[in-house]
Design a protein around this ligand. Structure first.
Ligand code: DHK
Length: 149
C-alpha cells in the first residue's frame, strides 16, 4: 500500500466558494477535494483543512511518519509562520506549495513565502485547478503510476 499524499489547507480555505469569489472563485473546498481524488486515480490521499497553526503542524508531523508527499496551501500562514517552515524542514519527501491566486501579483504582504524555502515546487495563480495540477505533479515526483494503490 502506497503511503498517502497529504493535501493540507490552511486558514479560511474552508470558506472557499463564498469567500471573496471575485478573487478565489465559486469552487468549494469539497469540489477541490473531489477533483484531487479523481486526479489521483486511486493513489491514497489525506485531504484536510484547518484554521489552526498547531493543527497544521501536527498534520505535517503525521505526514513525516506516514506520508509520501505533501501538497500544502498554507494560506495566510505562508507569510507568517516560521513554525510551519520548521515542521516542513523535517519532511523527507517532495513538497508542493500551492496558492489559488498568484500571490506575487497581490498586496506586498503576500509576496514573501517562508514555505518556498523548503518547497520542491510552487504553484500559484492557476485557480482551484492548481490542486489537480499539483496532484498530477506529485504522483510524477513519487514515480508512481496513478491507480497503483
Ligand atoms: C490563500 C489565502 O488565504 C491568502 O492568505 C493567500 C492563498 C493566498 C491562495 O491564493 O490560495 O494570500
Amino acid at each position: 500500500m502506497n503511503k498517502p499524499i497529504y493535501i493540507l489547507n490552511g486558514p479560511n480555505l474552508n470558506r472557499l466558494g463564498k469567500r471573496e469569489p471575485h478573487i478565489y472563485g465559486h469552487t468549494t473546498l469539497g469540489d477541490i477535494e473531489t477533483s484531487c481524488r479523481e486526479e489521483a486515480e486511486g493513489h491514497a490521499i489525506e485531504f484536510r483543512q484547518t484554521n489552526s497553526e498547531a493543527q497544521l503542524i501536527d498534520w505535517i508531523h503525521e505526514a513525516i511518519d506516514s506520508g509520501a508527499g505533501i501538497i500544502i496551501n498554507p494560506a495566510a500562514f505562508t507569510f507568517t509562520s516560521i513554525a510551519v517552515l520548521d515542521a516542513l524542514k523535517m519532511f523527507p519527501g517532495p513538497i508542493i506549495e500551492l496558492h489559488i491566486t498568484n500571490i506575487h501579483k497581490r498586496e506586498p504582504y503576500y509576496h514573501h513565502s517562508y514555505v518556498s524555502k523548503v518547497a520542491t515546487a510552487v504553484i500559484a495563480g492557476l485557480g482551484p485547478s492548481g490542486y489537480q495540477t499539483a496532484t498530477r505533479a506529485m504522483i510524477e515526483q513519487l514515480g508512481c503510476k496513478a491507480g497503483h494503490s
